[in-house]
Write a protein that binds this ligand. Structure first.
Ligand SMILES: [Zn+2]
Length: 316
């Protein structure tokens, strides 16, 4: 029965199997989730929902969510002419809230990374493509102010399709607002770290994600302003291989470092210890909370995951 569903290009949310967007391998959903949504065959890093990112990165039991009650408003009376017909923005917001259980496209709060306290914001691509509107901008600004007053380093995980067009100019203003908030941290000497994940595009790349002190990125993440297809059509030239991917941007000097998802918590701990004068010894010690599930999942997939995939691929 399930075979007919394998023909679909994108992932199947309810299904047991998921198709890798990069290499096309069939991945067993449970193993795939244990590996924190990294392909066991080619290492492609899929988009990670905000709550999973927090569970993976923040010390267990230390995350305190803040400003979760902020809600966006349909200030323009905007109606989206999508593929399913006209939907007013207010209605779309309601639907997305019900579907995702989130109030907007970012989760903000405070927590510890390997024992070091930080103010943390994680974008959620599942909420209207992780688009930045008034709530995302306001939450980032509040997070920065909280970081400033408590001298907490600010860590921002970007994952976004860009500015939220449903909010028009209001969404574009968030670019200036978030950059202004980060500048105040900069002036006060409070460290800021941006982690760009797949995809980080549009007004998010062009604002807070690119102006932090340290710019990290996950492997293979698409990071850019306009998409590659738009650029190729505009300049009528073939784009270089790997254009707008993290590896390409590292080579060009636009980002500082590429960190695989499995090593991100350790790396953030080290960087935060260095930036804050925290306990570097504790930060350098690998902690079982993050290391264990990754190691177990990796060996699982390497052994029987590939065998299963090959079998399935032939039948399909
Ligand atoms: Zn793959």
């Amino acid at each position: 029965m399930a075979w007919t569903r394998f023909g679909k290009k994108k992932d199947m949310p309810g299904g047991l199997w998921i198709k890798c967007e990069s290499c096309g391998a069939m991945l067993f959903r449970k193993e795939f989730e244990q590996r924190h949504r990294v392909c066991g065959t080619c290492g492609y890093h899929f988009t990670l929902p905000a709550r999973e990112r927090i569970a993976l990165t923040i010390d267990p039991g230390t995350f305190e969510e803040k400003w979760a009650d902020l809600r966006a408003h349909d200030v323009l009376g905007f109606t989206d002419m999508g593929s399913r017909g006209a939907v007013p923005y207010g209605e779309k917001l309601q639907q997305t809230k019900q579907k995702t259980g989130e109030s907007d496209a970012i989760v903000t709060g405070t927590g510890k990374v390997k024992g070091i306290a930080a103010a943390i914001g994680v974008m959620n691509f599942q909420f209207l493509g992780g688009s930045m509107g008034m709530v995302v901008g306001e939450k980032i600004a509040l997070l920065c102010e909280h970081g400033l007053h408590n001298r907490l380093p600010v860590v921002l995980f970007a994952c976004s399709g860009g500015a939220r067009m449903h909010e028009g100019a209001v969404s574009l203003m968030q670019m200036a607002k978030t950059c202004g908030a980060l500048q105040r941290l900069n002036a006060a000497g409070v460290p800021t770290i941006s982690v760009m994940t797949h995809p980080t595009t549009g007004g998010v790349t062009a604002s807070f994600a690119s102006v932090c002190d340290l710019l990290l990125a996950e492997p293979g993440a698409l990071i850019g302003f306009a998409g590659p297809r738009v650029i190729a059509t505009t300049i009528k030239k073939e784009l270089p291989k790997g254009f707008q991917r993290s590896e390409f941007l590292l080579e060009k000097g636009q980002i500082d470092r590429i960190v695989p998802r499995s090593a991100l918590r350790d790396e953030l701990g080290r960087v935060l210890a260095y930036a804050t004068g925290g306990d570097a010894v504790a930060a350098f010690k690998p902690q079982p909370a993050a290391a264990e599930p990754v190691a177990v999942a990796a060996s699982d997939v390497a052994d029987d995951g590939k065998a299963k995939k090959k079998g399935k691929a032939k039948k399909a």
